[in-house]
Design a protein around this ligand. Sequence first.
Ligand SMILES: O=C(O)c1cc(=O)[nH]c(=O)n1[C@@H]1O[C@H](COP(=O)(O)O)[C@@H](O)[C@H]1O
Length: 271
Amino acid sequence: MTTNQLIQNIQKKKSFLCIGLDVDLDKIPPHLLQKEDPIFAFNKAIIDATHQLCVAYKPNTAFYEAYGLKGWKALEKTINYLNENYPEIFTIADAKRGDIGNTSSMYAKAFLEDLGFDSVTVAPYMGKDSVEPFLAFEDKHTILLALTSNEGAFDFQTKTVDGKELYKQVLETSKTWSNSQNLMYVVGATKAEYLADIRKIIPDSFLLVPGVGAQGGNLQEVCKYGMNSNVGLLINSSRGIIYASNKEDFANQARYKALELQQEMEAILHK
Ligand SMILES: O=C(O)c1cc(=O)[nH]c(=O)n1[C@@H]1O[C@H](COP(=O)(O)O)[C@@H](O)[C@H]1O
């Protein structure tokens, strides 16, 4: 998907919501455990109930890899279901990969070609040759970790190296890489106060912003400092939406939670 298609969909749906499909079999409604593929049954119900309210879905691959072959098959069924039924939705494989060049090429192939996701999250730590293989895919996007939502972000990302915080060096240096127009960046919603500085370095790039909901990030603050003229934000919530209920009504309850966020987004867009 091109960035323009994503922007058009945001305008049409009046939403820049991304729903995280982080499926934990201990948290899903017990009645689904009788199904042949409980993970896919859960995802399908959540997607069918919420797709009009969001522009992206983000399965975090850890929640599928944890269940071995069954989990990977459920991930494949989920992305195929999205691509076949809701092709306007932007899909993110949250896999946080990155390795030496030839290995990164294989990771890129796995998520962007074989599974057919629109984007994949990548760690910048191994540098240019570990990220460029992901950037080589046309109309696909590499979402680079810049400033993450967790406490550990302060261990390295905000440390000053050569007079500049490491996350700012990631932003600046990555702009010089081949096909850098295919880059988006992760900035945690819990770090909203950093967004004004971040926008000075990357005014036009899309940001994936997780941490609203269960991690306590504030949507209004994120938009105040992080929004650009194309919106430029994908705000993710996973547990705050998909585990709204673990009863028969789970998909409807997830829809209400997504609707709350979408309505808040629509009000912000109309300001
Ligand atoms: O790359 C991510 O999506 C990510 C980066 C980050 O800094 N913080 C963060 O929480 N995430 C992911 O975003 C999701 C957040 O989930 P909830 O806290 O349940 O909304 C999880 O899949 C995390 O792995």
